[in-house]
Design a protein around this ligand. Structure first.
Ligand SMILES: Nc1nc2c(ncn2[C@@H]2O[C@H](COP(=O)(O)OP(=O)(O)OP(=O)(O)O)[C@@H](O)[C@H]2O)c(=O)[nH]1
Length: 510
């Protein structure tokens, strides 16, 4: 009898141990989830200051191990803030579109716009620009393009004779702007055709049409980018909400199971106590047998019930962790893919689409850094401006794509000829800049001469004719009292001198 009671007590204490282990495992899983949720919030950082603050609070609450009931209001606030951010973005974008459209409507009212251009403009304003969302990095470029459009438009109303209808300067400017934009591969042919048209026809009407075409392609690519960003944020938000719900469900489910188990435990303990008391009180073996049989039957039933509850709890818990885990995996993949895209986009926006060299924005950044270092350390920095000679005639004689190919070949040759520590960028059109930190101008002479000779020795072949292409270079060294602009102007003057003294030359300016 005492044996049976001891066995029951042992079984009970084993059950309690198993329960403890289960709770420990659950605690560990919840800790892992909390850590992951904290990392996830870092993915949303940088969108908005108040959102950043809420996310920081959320992370610190998770780090302190705050339980989910207390986290719930924080999560609700964060979700509300995310929604608000989304509606603010939409409102800003609606404003931008309204401004663009009202400016465009005014333009449409003006007389003298060629019918074809007017039609394209109307389509651009009514459809394409309406579809875009303003991603901050793209706004300045879009703005530049629109300003360019207005500039060409003004030019149209200033011209008074047929002879002035061409404006090569504006054409070069539009070409430069188009070069600054990085387009997806699927529109590469369209962009090449537009660039060709800009460099072969600088009439104002054609420039107006081409400016619209560039804005159209650009707006499309922004809309695409925005859609994918929006899709990502929406699904991130949804998955976070689902995750939150799963965790809250699991927690409340565990709470109710705990209550059930505690009641059952109390019942079992009371029965064991009663059994012990009754065995002592029993006056005959048969009375004792009857009592014990009844009680044991009850206790066994309770223990089976207990096992069932625990099994169900364990299964439900495992199932809910599986769901949470798979949601987290999906989310993690989405976050990684999107981060990769963002990095690519950031990287792309600093590269020149044609030559894949750093573009002018990248140069401006690097030049500021080098200039700053020069101001505090006074080290030697040589700045070089390189320009392809008579490049226009290559376009004119052999076509715009031959011109593009030439720029790519020269860019590769320049890149190969400089040191790892030097920096080269395509500054615009057929112009490149090189920064040579740690290089005094006297020492730069020989390597720059070598670069000039290397380009001259490239065997270009167009229309079965061997063509020699040369470059002119102007170089200067940063000196005390310089600003970025004065130093750049000095290098430009040196280039001008090289051009004026017959091209295919390197000129230095102290
Ligand atoms: N193919 C092609 N041509 C371009 C590109 N960017 C600018 N250009 C052309 O480069 C030419 C530059 O001509 P100019 O500034 O007159 O100079 P140049 O003919 O090189 O003559 P010099 O500099 O005086 O030796 C213009 O005809 C532009 O249309 C481009 O990305 N591709």
């Amino acid at each position: 009898m005492t044996d049976k009671t001891a066995r029951l007590e042992k079984k009970l204490s084993q059950a309690i141990e198993a329960r403890k282990a289960l709770e420990e495992a659950r605690k560990q899983q919840v800790d892992t989830l909390s850590e992951f949720a904290a990392k996830l919030t870092l993915g949303c950082k940088g969108q908005d200051v108040s959102l950043d603050n809420l996310l920081a609070k959320y992370r610190s609450a998770l780090a302190k191990g705050m339980d989910f009931e207390h986290l719930a209001p924080l999560i609700e606030n964060t979700s509300a803030q995310l929604k608000q951010l989304d509606s603010t973005n939409s409102a800003n974008q609606r404003d931008l579109v309204t401004h663009i459209q009202s400016a465009g409507k005014q333009l449409q009212k003006l007389r003298g716009v060629p019918e074809n251009t007017r039609r394209k403009l109307r389509h651009l304003l009514d459809h394409e620009l309406g579809d875009i969302d303003a991603i901050p990095e793209f706004v300045p470029l879009l703005d530049k393009l629109l300003q360019f459009y207005l500039q060409v438009f003004d030019a149209k109303y200033e011209i008074d004779s047929e002879a002035q209808q061409n404006d090569p300067e504006l054409a070069t400017e539009l070409l430069g702007l188009t070069n600054e934009l990085v387009f997806e591969d699927d529109v590469a042919d369209e962009v090449t055709a537009i660039k060709h048209s800009i460099s072969t026809d600088s009439s104002i009407d054609s420039l107006l049409g081409n400016a619209i075409a560039v804005i159209r392609i650009f707006a499309k690519s922004i809309a695409r980018e925005r859609q994918s960003a929006q899709g990502f944020l929406v699904s991130l938000n949804q998955t976070l909400e689902e995750l939150h719900k799963s965790i809250v469900d699991t927690t409340s489910h565990s709470k109710s199971i705990n209550k059930e188990l505690n009641a059952l435990n109390e019942r079992i303990e009371a029965k064991i106590k009663r059994l012990t008391e009754n065995t002592q009180k029993a006056s005959s073996i048969s009375e004792l047998k009857g009592l014990v049989d009844d009680e044991l039957a009850q206790i066994s039933k309770d223990l089976v019930e207990r096992e069932n509850i625990e099994r169900r709890d364990k299964e439900a818990l495992l199932e809910s962790f599986d769901t949470i885990n798979s949601r987290i995996n999906v989310l993690e993949n989405k976050v990684n893919t999107y981060k990769k895209r963002l990095n690519e986009q950031r990287f792309k926006s600093l590269l020149d689409g044609l030559t894949k060299l750093p573009n002018r924005s990248a140069f401006d950044d690097r030049y500021s850094q080098e200039f700053h270092l020069f101001e505090i350390q006074g080290n030697d920095v040589t700045l070089v401006v390189v320009d392809v000679d008579h490049f226009k005639s290559i376009n004119d004689k052999y076509g715009h794509s031959a011109g593009d190919k030439t720029l790519q070949v020269i860019a590769r040759a320049l890149k190969k000829s400089i040191r790892k520590s030097d920096f080269i960028a395509r500054y615009g059109g057929e112009e490149f800049v090189i920064l040579m930190p740690g290089m005094p101008i006297e020492a730069a002479y020989a390597p720059l001469e070598k670069i000039r000779a290397t380009v001259k020795s490239i065997p270009f072949r167009f229309k079965d004719k061997e063509v020699r292409i040369t470059i002119s270079l102007g170089a200067t060294q940063l000196k005390e009292g310089d600003s970025k602009l004065t130093a750049f102007d000095r290098a430009d003057e040196a280039l001008y001198e090289a051009k004026n003294s017959g091209r295919d030359k390197l000129c230095l300016r102290e």
